[in-house]
Design a binder for this molecule. Structure first.
Ligand code: FE2
Ligand code: FE2
Length: 192
């Protein structure tokens, strides 16, 4: 599907405001992909579609999860805000014809991250937080760091996310912890 066609269909599914967020994520992701030597087209498509399941009710998401036989864990069940990521990968495949596994995985991982994140995973995870519509203290610092050092930027964002979840006393998904540990280990190996 062409980008304009995707945008039109997406707007019907998630509304104007979320479409604008998604366009912002796609543009930032494409930019980061060029900087960090990742596939630009894939980054753009994954960015555009990452929230395609966002407007579904938890009930509808659970229906899709069971009809597709998708395995979800207890942490995801207790924190339904996380489900739009794996469900988004299903919709990207079924409704938008995306077959590329890298794109589908980046969509599925965009809320929690995971151990062994690919360049595309990291780019989508970051672009979601730093697209131009996002304003939070430290956003500009994270924008600059994302262009300079992808891993350091992901670590910074993970720490911000974990801090927020601790303050809210909500469940921190084990993949978020695994993602951070994985990056820290690589960081330590790099430094010897
Ligand atoms: Fe999302
Ligand atoms: Fe998003």
């Amino acid at each position: 599907m062409q980008r304009k066609e995707i945008e039109k269909k997406l707007e019907k599914m998630i509304g104007r405001e979320r479409l604008l967020h998604s366009i912002g994520v796609a543009d930032v992701a494409a930019d980061l992909a060029v900087i960090h030597g990742c596939d630009r087209e894939k980054a753009q498509t994954a960015g555009l579609l990452h929230d395609c399941a966002k407007a579904l009710t938890p009930e509808d998401m659970m229906k899709l999860i069971s009809s597709e036989g998708l395995a979800i864990d207890e942490e995801e069940r207790l924190e339904p805000g996380l489900l739009h990521a794996p469900v988004g990968a299903i919709i990207a495949s079924k409704s938008f014809g995306v077959e590329d596994r890298d794109i589908l995985r980046a969509i599925a991982r965009h809320t929690t991250g995971d151990s062994d994140m690919t360049c595309l995973d990291k780019i989508i995870y970051l672009a979601d937080a730093i697209e131009p519509g996002r304003t939070f203290p430290g956003a500009d610092e994270l924008r600059k760091l994302s262009r300079r050092d992808l891993d350091e930027a992901v670590l910074m964002l993970q720490e911000r996310t974990i801090n927020r979840l601790l303050h809210r006393r909500t469940i921190i998904h084990s993949r978020t912890i695994a993602a951070r540990n994985d990056l820290l280990k690589r960081h330590m190996h790099r430094r010897g």
